[in-house]
Design a binder for this molecule. Structure first.
Ligand SMILES: [Zn+2]
Length: 437
């Protein structure tokens, strides 16, 4: 019997929510349990296929990352940091990217979910794959960066490139998607489009509109730099026309959408004024193109808003309607005082994006995109067959089929009651923000 196709495959393992970056660190993986709990509370799991992701193997990490860095991540524990000071400096680990208990398992799970989603999309086993635990877009080939260790997005895109001639990456996190852009900066097979805050030394400092890719990748990196306080209207004044044009000229076989929620108003590290509706509008807009879609999380440092946004975006991907009153879940008190899915937006930050500024950015980007149409070297309609193995994947790893048989997939369909978690984050985000990522 042919395997049944899911409309939406959803990947989650509660173990990602139990790791702790440290008492003063803004990244709280517990937000993933809060989001999942709200998704269950609204009953959305009844419309999804829920899978527990496989734990990614070192060889899978090494498809992008250097083997010495991968080995180090497997070896290092909090107790050993005094003995490995040089290596910690070399791999950019310390304050922003601390060594914590369970670090490597955390990486294996969030990366496994993104790769599994790509594999299911490649095999036509779903239309949409969701991994809110993934989206760690800053990680580099041989170093950690901005709370990210392994770049699951790069690995997911490499997986998609085995079956698709062109893959589009879109990033709506407030921070520039630098790790993904850098990985594919010189190829025309992956177009990266990042919408982010740029300027004032905001992390990571890259993502100027002038950065457009190099060599074969020239014009295939698109950067949309905003200033503080961008609102829904301003954001979509660029997002919609730019993405329409990109879809028209690039015609990707699959789309990866990183939905970092630190671009929401009121984020602990962010400085944008997007509402949950405005953020989710990006998801709604991309879904309409009906191209295989891999959706991940990313940043997001006001936990209750992260949970709200990703729950609502799950509903958007399912075409489900949700009442604004939140269901009672184990984390209900986090959503005080209103207990609403979409509380009124509190815009505390002035919008520094003048109409003329947005228009100028749009003009520059549209002009760059027009250059692609006239680029003689790009053949837009040649899609390789399924067996095609792209140049970027030279390793002799086991094929997706061997690694991930239907039998294993079926075994991974977990019971709903396995997903209730007892742990409770104690620190309630009382510390002052002091870092960026
Ligand atoms: Zn971010």
């Amino acid at each position: 019997m042919a395997p049944r196709k899911d409309r939406v495959s959803y990947f989650f393992d509660a173990d990602v929510g139990s790791v702790y970056y440290g008492p003063n660190h803004p990244m709280k993986p517990h937000r993933l349990c809060m989001a999942h709990s709200l998704i269950l509370g609204y009953g959305l799991h009844e419309k999804l296929e829920v899978y527990r992701p496989h734990k990614a193997y070192p060889q899978e990490f090494a498809q992008f990352h250097s083997t010495d860095y991968v080995e180090f991540l497997h070896r290092i524990t909090p107790e050993m940091t005094d003995y490995y000071k040089d290596q910690l400096v070399r791999y950019n680990m310390g304050e922003d990217c601390p060594v914590f208990d369970g670090l490597i398992d955390f990486c294996k799970i969030y990366t496994g979910g993104t790769i599994d989603g790509a594999v299911r999309l490649n095999h036509g086993l779903c239309d949409i794959a969701i991994n809110w635990s993934g989206g760690l877009h800053h990680a580099k080939k041989q170093e950690a960066s901005g709370f990210c260790y392994i770049n699951d997005l790069v690995l997911g895109i490499l997986e998609l490139l085995k079956y698709h001639a062109r893959v589009l990456y879109i990033d709506i996190d407030i921070h520039h998607g630098d790790g993904v852009e850098e990985a594919f900066y010189m190829t025309d097979r992956v177009m990266t489009v990042s919408f982010h805050k740029y300027g004032d030394y905001f992390f990571p400092g890259t993502g100027d509109v002038k950065d457009i890719g190099e060599r074969d990748g020239k014009f295939y990196a698109v950067n949309v730099p905003f200033k503080d306080g961008i609102d829904d209207a301003g954001f979509h004044k660029l997002f919609k026309p730019v993405m329409t044009k990109v879809m028209e000229i690039f015609q990707p076989g699959a789309v990866v959408l990183q939905c970092g929620a630190d671009s929401l108003a009121g984020d602990r590290l962010g400085c944008f004024n997007l509402s949950i509706d405005g953020h989710a509008e990006c998801v709604k807009f991309m879904k309409k193109f009906a191209v295989p879609l891999l959706v991940t999380g990313g940043g997001g440092y006001t936990k209750q808003n992260v949970a709200r946004a990703w729950t609502y975006e799950t509903a958007v991907l399912l075409d489900a309607q949700l009442p604004n009153e939140l269901p009672v879940t184990e984390y209900y008190e986090y959503f005080r005082p209103d207990y609403l899915l979409k509380p009124p937006v509190n815009t505390l930050i002035d919008n520094g994006n003048a109409k003329s500024y947005l228009q100028a950015i749009k003009n520059t980007i549209m002009e760059n995109l027009r250059a692609i149409v006239h680029a003689p070297s790009v053949q837009m309609h040649e899609v390789p067959p399924d067996s095609y193995i792209p140049e970027v994947d030279q390793d002799d790893l086991t094929s997706p089929d061997e690694r991930f048989s239907q039998f294993q997939k079926d075994k991974m369909v977990a019971r709903d009651d396995e997903y209730y978690e007892d742990e409770y984050d104690q620190d309630h985000d009382t510390e002052e923000p002091r870092r960026h990522a």
